[in-house]
Design a protein around this ligand. Structure first.
Ligand SMILES: CCCCCCCC/C=C\CCCCCCCCCCC/C=C/C(=O)SCCNC(=O)CCNC(=O)[C@H](O)C(C)(C)COP(=O)(O)OP(=O)(O)OC[C@H]1O[C@@H](n2cnc3c(N)ncnc32)[C@H](O)[C@@H]1OP(=O)(O)O
Ligand SMILES: Cc1cc2nc3c(=O)[nH]c(=O)nc-3n(C[C@H](O)[C@H](O)[C@H](O)COP(=O)(O)OP(=O)(O)OC[C@H]3O[C@@H](n4cnc5c(N)ncnc54)[C@H](O)[C@@H]3O)c2cc1C
Length: 629
């Protein structure tokens, strides 16, 4: 299938998804029961999967239709097939050997096998090495015995596991030849393909309501000595032979590959949620007027308040900067994955470090930004029909799943301090960490020069990393490693975030410099970049004084500069959000429609409340009168 570029994919989506016979008619789900919501979202997720299959979409196209922009329309309460599509299928494709791929993928693509990725347990999510589900190989029967030793080792959280999946890739501790071999993936049938009943030895169900994404269908799963054929361990990396002998993988963390992929996908996708929220807040901030009338007799548009500009506009700039840098990470992931498949794992450590830190930075920034945008819409932003609460619930989930953000930043920090201390293999050409082994960039700071800002962001990253590396090194002389590490945790996290920020701004600087289609576009990208940089400095002034070479006077100048830039950006706010090319039906917000007809839409949505069906609801007689209020 020929790959389409982004806007062609959008046109394609416009016709294929928004007008699809099973998808075009949407229902408000707020008043549905948990079960009704699940059924509604599942049937739409299934239609979507069929469409992907019929169209023969490639991975880039699938990433667009699975993206939050589209899946918020197809499955507004969470896609029960998301983990099937984003984790289960990629795990089979990348971790199953060729025989296994040909054995399973046909049934996966014809919909007979629906899967999930079952790793997290009740008592262990972060510390994967601590998982306690066991897979013990018996050479006599050539089977693995999958077992949950007690309830704390129950799988808990996998998406789609609740009531949707009939298979799971189960991450379990492998024992063979009497030796523990670490965490490995197993393909396990959990429900009968015909009846959908749990198979013998399996206990499975749904975990219950959450902050959002309630039809992701997260589940629990326990094994009571379930026998799984030897051929069901995914064997592209490690192998267990018939006699129980074990062959190691080419990289010790090869079985963590799906997590790296999903972190990259989440980073890319959370920006979609921010784009929707920014569009809603921008449109509402134009429509909403409140305050003392001005000379023209009209109350001011709220966007003309300086404070509102600060609440909204930097996040529009962030949409552009984060979109570009995460798209480049996606491309880089594709490149490294193909190298790894060819047996060269040299680029994997840095990809892991970068994916961890970008997933953390983007989900943290986007969830904070979406909350700020929600607040910028005042009371109406608190209504479900604004869509902003659901967007926040989506973005903040990303801060926890696929590696809790603090923990991921510590993985990046581990890589950075090793690089700074020279104890890691030197970085490859084009690596994002070469700046650590070079003298600091001493470009003088100058308000108005993006290059000077980028250099300062680099000095902050370099300063943070080298300082914490030195502190850690000193503590290691006087205390055990774990204590020394714990002593520096807060600074390590800050160093990883600073590195992430530097990565993001360098990537965007390159995008701006390579952009050649028009001078006007170049200027607009420069303006957006300037806003992003000035805002980044204003959020971390202490760091820029301590490590970035800025003086208190630079900080004051930057504050004024940021506000001037916001005023400059303000007239472009609507074109910049219109450029995200989000049709009203995808935005699905009372506050964020293109025509700005906010108040009519608010009444229209209120009319759906079941409490408004009767003039006097039955509850008045049943609850209030009886209790003689
Ligand atoms: C045709 C089909 C195509 C489909 C395409 C779909 C495309 C869709 C794309 C976009 C659409 C948008 C989708 C949006 C997604 C929305 C829905 C998704 C739903 C999300 C569902 C969530 C799922 C989950 O949460 S699954 C569970 C995830 N769990 C975790 O992440 C646990 C976190 N913990 C860990 O990962 C590990 O415990 C650890 C890394 C923190 C530590 O591991 P450990 O083994 O203890 O290692 P450690 O001792 O710390 O380190 C030793 C060395 O290993 C290095 N290392 C660690 N990990 C890796 C790695 N992954 N790769 C490489 N190297 C690694 C580490 O750096 C150390 O190195 P050193 O040299 O010794 O220092
Ligand atoms: C919506 C949703 C969907 C999910 N889907 C799936 C799925 O499909 N499949 C699946 O297997 N899992 C899934 N998960 C589980 C998810 O991957 C884990 O919840 C996540 O990895 C965090 O692990 P935890 O819950 O153990 O957090 P914990 O590690 O218990 O975190 C609690 C606190 O402890 C801190 N902490 C823990 N360890 C350290 C450390 N070493 N250093 C410093 N601080 C530390 C954390 O920073 C955090 O503040 C999902 C979770 C959610 C919320």
């Amino acid at each position: 299938m020929v790959s389409r570029n982004r806007s062609q994919v959008k046109d394609h989506l416009g016709s294929k998804v928004l007008n699809h016979p099973e998808l075009r008619n949407t229902k408000a789900t707020e008043y549905m029961s948990h079960e009704e919501k699940y059924r509604y979202n599942l049937s739409r997720a299934t239609a979507m999967l069929k469409l992907i299959d019929e169209e023969g979409m490639d991975v880039n196209e699938i990433s667009k239709v699975m993206s939050h922009t589209v899946s918020g329309f197809t499955t507004p309460d969470g896609n029960p097939l998301a983990v099937h599509q984003v984790m289960f299928v990629p795990t089979l494709m990348n971790q199953a050997d060729d025989d296994q791929v040909s054995r399973w993928l046909g049934d996966v693509f014809n919909g007979t096998i629906v899967g999930t990725y079952a790793q997290t347990e009740l008592s262990h999510g972060t510390f994967v090495r601590g998982l306690r589900t066991t897979a013990t190989y018996d050479p006599a029967s050539r089977t693995f015995d999958l077992h949950t030793p007690d309830v704390s080792a129950a799988k808990w959280w996998p998406g789609g596991l609740g009531t949707t999946a009939n298979h799971a890739v189960v991450m379990a501790q492998l024992y063979t030849d009497g030796q523990p071999r670490g965490i490995h993936p197993f393909m396990v049938a959990i429900r009968d393909r015909e009846t959908h009943r749990p198979l013998p030895g399996i206990t499975v169900g749904e975990i219950g309501p959450k902050l959002g994404q309630n039809t992701l269908n997260n589940g629990y799963l326990l094994f009571d000595h379930v026998k799984v054929p030897r051929e069901n361990m995914l064997m592209r990396n490690a192998r267990v032979n018939e006699d129980g002998s074990y062959t190691k993988p080419s990289h010790q963390k090869a079985s963590y590959g799906t997590m790296v992929f999903t972190r990259v996908a989440i980073a890319l996708d959370t920006v979609d949620a921010l784009q929707i929220a920014a569009t809603i807040a921008a449109r509402y901030s134009i429509v909403r007027r409140q305050g003392e009338p001005r000379d023209d007799g009209q109350e001011p548009q709220i966007i003309d308040y300086q404070t509102q500009q600060l609440k909204v506009l930097p996040h529009i700039a962030a949409c552009y900067v984060l979109r570009a840098s995460t798209a480049r990470l996606w491309e880089h992931h594709t490149h490294v994955t193909s190298e790894v498949r060819g047996g060269d794992t040299a680029l994997l450590p840095e990809l892991h470090a970068t994916a961890c830190c970008l997933k953390a930075l983007v989900t943290q920034d986007c969830s904070e930004a979406i909350e700020a945008l929600r607040l910028s819409c005042g009371g109406h932003g608190y209504m479900t029909a604004s869509r902003l609460p659901a967007l926040y619930a989506y973005a903040t989930a990303g801060a926890t799943y696929e590696g809790e953000n603090t923990v991921l930043l510590l993985q990046t920090a581990r890589y950075l301090v090793k690089q700074a201390g020279g104890s890691h293999a030197p970085p490859a050409a084009g690596s994002a960490v070469t700046y650590l082994s070079r003298p600091a960039d001493d470009t003088p700071f100058a308000v108005g020069s993006p290059a000077a800002y980028v250099a300062a962001v680099g000095r902050v990253a370099r300063g943070r990393v080298t300082e914490v590396a030195a502190a850690l090194q000193a503590d290691r002389q006087t205390m055990p490693e774990a204590d020394a590490w714990n002593q520096s945790l807060v600074q390590l996290v800050a160093a990883a975030l600073a590195h992430g920020r530097y990565f993001v701004v360098r990537e965007f600087a390159e995008v701006v410099s390579q952009q050649s289609s028009s001078r006007a576009i170049q200027q607009m990208l420069q303006l957006l970049f300037s806003v992003y940089l000035a805002h980044a400095v204003s959020r971390a002034e202490g760091d820029f004084i301590t490590y970035g070479g800025l003086t208190p006077s630079d900080i004051r100048l930057n504050r004024r500069h940021l506000l001037r830039l916001l005023a400059e950006l303000r007239p472009h706010m609507i074109p910049l959000t219109d450029a995200f090319d989000l049709p009203d039906r995808l935005i699905n917000s009372t506050l964020g429609a293109w025509d700005g007809d906010v108040y009519r839409r608010m009444f229209e949505q209120a009319s759906h409340s079941p409490l408004n069906t009767d003039e006097v609801p039955a509850s008045f007689h049943q609850a209030m009168l009886r209790s003689k209020l």
